[in-house]
Design a binder for this molecule. Sequence first.
Ligand code: HEM
Length: 384
Amino acid sequence: MGLLDVLRFGFVDVSGTAATVTFLLILLILLYWYSTSAFSKLQKVGICHPPPLPFIGNLLFFREGFWENHNKLINEYGPACGYYIGRRAFMVVSDPDMIKYILVEDFGNFTNRMVPAVTSKPLADSILILRDERWKEVRSLLTPAFSAAKMKEMTPLINQACDILLSHLKDCADSSASFDIQRNYASFTLDVVASVAYGIHVDSQKKSRENFVKNSRRFFELSLFKPLLILTIAFPFIMIPLIRIFPNKKQKEVNGFFISAIKNMIALRDQQDANERRRDFLQLMLDARHLANDISMEHFDTFSQGLEESKAAANKGLLKKQPRTLSDDEIAGQAFLFLIAGYETTNSTLSFATYLLATNPECQQKLLCEVDKFFAKHVSRHHA
Ligand code: HEM
């Protein structure tokens, strides 16, 4: 091999390595740029936040939970501050006046929740996900179901679940062994939702294999495998289409169960005589299908005062725009949302309240006196 050949060979070799190194360098620079490119949004509008890490933002700031770390954030960065989870910016507002502006006075500028990356039915039809006018319409159909009078109609159903809870708690007390009260509350909360939103009577503590209980537990167990979650946070543009393409079999089954449970119950209710039907959330939603024709959007959120008022409004010619009624899919969506929204929240509230009462006996005593006083007054009036 002549000198020229050696040089040519060497040159090709060197330039090949250089090209690879250059390519890798460009890739690294682009990756770094991508990993931090989303982190200027908050600063641009003058919102302070902890320094974000490439790809994951401030995810690690919350590794020990949200409550205390939100407080830490507010103390360090002020009453209106922010953070990034992955590439998504969040703003925290803790000033009561500002919250009032956002939720009441300027609400028109703050409608809609963030768009979730992946949603499927039944949740996709719930007011958690619905947007703009449709959210407003469905919300106005649901609001009356939460009025004091309607809640009172549901009290016997809630009391039934309370009785079951008390009988289980008595068993625990009689055994004198320590127990995890959060489990009892989890069953109680599930029993209430099953009863008032699905029309299903269950004692989930005893019959944990019943379909409703089994599927609810499966739903709350569903979580993304951790490394997959981090990848989704860091590379949403690749991971989200992939998650959409590859369906999650378990999730599909759970969703399918809740949709068919509600649809079967709707069919059953529609066959029943009006006075045979249970008075629960499900029935109120079903009634709203017919009521909707009588309700004015001008009376958004106030029509809980009843049909009479809306009829009066009709007489005054206020009924201009009529909301569409709830479809069966949307009823399934709201019932499912009640399960998600009411389960963990109520369970935690009851558990923490019990913990605080147990660790503050003087408050427990005060509460007991108030309950006794209430019963003495109301039960004696009832028997009079
Ligand atoms: C202590 C218990 C509860 C707490 C702390 C709580 C808290 C909240 C919060 C903070 C929101 C607003 C979420 C957001 O804007 O993204 C919300 C919305 C909601 N909650 Fe609750 N909740 C509780 C119990 C319940 C129960 C028992 C139900 C159902 C029966 C329920 C149904 C809903 C619904 C339907 C929404 C959405 C409202 C809308 O879009 O207009 N919640 N809840």
